[in-house]
Design a binder for this molecule. Structure first.
Ligand code: CP
Length: 308
């Protein structure tokens, strides 16, 4: 039985090194089977509920693809307006209800901490697909999986994380994984959107080398991986402030040509942070990164239900 059987996946800082390696190796095994044209039936007879109280393309659809690729079935709330949350039902009551229908639940919700609240309400495994400005652990896992595939290692790399580091839950999850591998982390953000100080302090306590600044081109000249994020309009109370900051960074081919050769990642969706001309660059990894969501989420579904 897997060490992750019956567990919730809520935050990357709660995963042990052993659990992380198990997720990555299981994903690689599943991906190999699919690439060889094989068929998997690990989740046959099981039902996944995907409850999305915020918009999503990649996370919801890749979880659903993962479940279908493992022979399981899916029920979904893709639009909260169509669920009884719109009538005022509490999150805990919704979770207790869905627990009667599904063997594993994936939830995205606008409130930080909501995934923990959801998990506390039920006995079935709960996977956090993004809780407000909190964490997005499955994105971070597929990001690490992507870096290892693209660069061939996770050791000793320099990684730039750029954009809205204050509100970006993907980077809040990712940095806790990168710090375990002795990576050098360069944080680049416009003033006011810096990485939260408690996270930076945690990373330094873990022994990570962390630098903060606002010059993206300079950071790119030193980096093996450049991880670009969107300025998160939905997290701003002040629209004028969003409008002022939204174009702070745009990666274009001039910048790429002057940078250290490496890969460019983005959790997507992008708005205008990476110019479309960059898509043809061989190191533009963001669509390959999105595709890696399927094997990683296959691994997570199988591991937390003990069906790996
Ligand atoms: N990366 C990510 O979470 O994308 P979606 O919002 O489309 O799920």
């Amino acid at each position: 039985m897997s060490i992750l059987c019956g567990k919730d996946i809520l935050r990357t800082d709660l995963l042990s090194d052993e659990e992380l390696e198990l997720i990555l190796s299981t994903a690689a095994r599943f991906e190999g089977v699919l690439e060889a044209g094989g068929r998997l039936t690990n989740m046959e007879g099981q039902v996944l509920a995907t409850l999305f109280f915020e918009p999503s393309t990649r996370t919801r659809l890749s979880f659903e693809t993962a479940m279908l690729r493992l022979g399981g079935q899916v029920i979904t709330v893709a639009d909260p307006k169509t669920s009884s949350a719109a009538k005022g039902e509490s999150l805990a009551d919704s979770m207790r209800t869905v627990e009667g229908y599904a063997d594993v639940i994936v939830i995205r919700h606008p409130q930080k901490g909501s995934a923990q609240e959801a998990a506390d309400a039920v006995a079935v495994p709960v996977i956090n697909a993004g809780d407000g400005t909190g964490q997005h652990p499955t994105q971070a896992l597929l990001d690490v999986y992507t870096i290892r595939k693209e660069k061939g290692t996770l050791e000793g790399l320099t990684v730039t994380l750029a954009g809205d580091l204050k509100n970006g839950r993907t980077v809040h999850s990712l940095v806790y994984l990168l710090a375990r591998f002795g990576m050098r982390l360069l944080f680049v953000s416009p003033p006011g959107l810096e990485m939260p100080a408690d996270i930076t302090a945690d990373l330094r306590k873990m022994g990570a080398e962390v630098s903060e600044g606002s010059d993206l081109a300079a950071a790119m000249r030193q980096s093996d991986v450049v991880y670009v994020t969107r300025i998160q309009r939905e997290r701003f109370d002040d629209t004028a402030e969003y409008e002022r900051l939204k174009g702070s960074y745009v990666v274009n081919m001039d910048m790429v040509r002057q940078a250290k050769p490496g890969i460019i990642m983005h959790p997507l969706p992008r708005v205008d942070e990476i110019a479309p001309e960059v898509d043809a660059y061989e190191g533009a990894a963001y669509f390959r990164q999105a595709a890696n969501g399927v094997p990683i989420r296959m691994a997570l579904l199988a591991l937390v239900t003990g069906r790996e």
